[in-house]
Write a protein that binds this ligand. Sequence first.
Ligand code: F0G
Length: 463
Amino acid sequence: MAKKRVIKRSWAEPFKIKVVEPIKMTTREHREKAMKRAGYNTFLLRSEDVYIDLLTDSGTNAMSDNQWAGMMIGDEAYAGSKNFYYLWDNVKKYYGMPYFVPTHQGRAAEHIISKILITKGDYIPGNMYFTTTKLHQELAGGTFVDVIIDEAHQPENEHPFKGNIDLQKLEDLIKKVGAKKIPYVSMAGPVNMAGGQPFSMENLKEVSKLCKKYKIELWFDATRACENAYFIKIREKGYEKKTIAQILKEMVSYFDGMWVSAKKDLMVNIGGFMAMRSKKVFQAARNMVVIYEGLHTYGGLAGRDMEAMARGIEEMVDFDNIKARVGQVEYCGKELDKYGVPMVKPFGGHAIFLDAKKFLRHIKQDDFPAQALVAEIYIDSGVRSMERGIVSAGRDLKTGKNHHPKLELVRLTFPRRVYTQAHIDVTVESIASVYQERKNIKGLRITYEPKYLRFFQGRFERL
Ligand code: F0G
């Protein structure tokens, strides 16, 4: 009798494709010109000139047929839209936060929360910075202090929870500046700039305990909270049998409030919100939202957008959905590993982060290695990625000096439910080719630098 072969059993996405959007293939010559015209900044490319768009997972998701069906029942009343109440109900049900204020996207919520909670001269500790979060904290008069564990700054360190807060660093800061100068601790999960790295429930519980001891509030950037919940489920003891919904709710239970860019977890194209336990903060937020966004029952969104968000919340906690999402990122990482491409490990929840310092050892950080690599990958294949290094870190608002982050990264970010495994293969092969030819890549110099968040609009030229 013939011996039975061992057959590998793969998993696949829990959906099929119903609508497609054609994408354009371009020549290398076309892309050389387009990149030059865009000042070597992928944010300034026309999307038409992009083949595979891994710039961001923000608002670039494919909505489900159920979400699109919801768009047709948008209640576009100026006040009291029924979609708003459905969304609020789902925020209560899935996140467990009683009060809710919608905004048009995440940074609008960051702006309002920062203005309400921060007084000039305050300090805001956080598990590594995020660009818009930190800027709003600074514009409100605060100083951001990074209290993430050291491992987060080490690309090759395989710590399973590199998003954890270092309790010693946090307590040292409290003792140094005094608890009264710290309006809240800002905790994100997974940590975008660290490479999509999660925090553990154990760490969150300890941070919460420390905050309670000093009567400091704890606020959550819950933009990709479901990815954090997924990592807790597969990596942390005691959570294997819990559902994503249960873990999400437990996580949020330790926080006083949160803000969310709905353009990620909720799988919509636009939206954001803040939610909180304090009625006082809620009243301040819903008052301020009418100045900057719109009435508190729409916050800059159409009724149909809120309906898509509400339905997105129900879909985002599905285990098979989140497993396929993180699984695609992991597949990309494993394939790149076969070519020895240097990356942040473990692989993140929303993106693969190339280690540009190691990739381009011959380019010093002041010559923007990650920015140069992003341009080179685009020119090679039309794959669009994003710089997450010295350009993104910007300058110290007081001294005007460049920050020099330890991590100099290129982010390949995966929109949810958009690309196939073949797209990933094309991406991997392009990066492997660029890696082979890396010695020929030159650094860049800035030709135009805007005052805030320079990575969005800054322009460069080749050295
Ligand atoms: N917090 C995190 C962790 C984010 O990743 C983002 C956006 C925001 C807040 C701001 O939300 O864009 O809706 O205003 N991140 C996008 C990205 C831009 O590409 O990582 P927003």
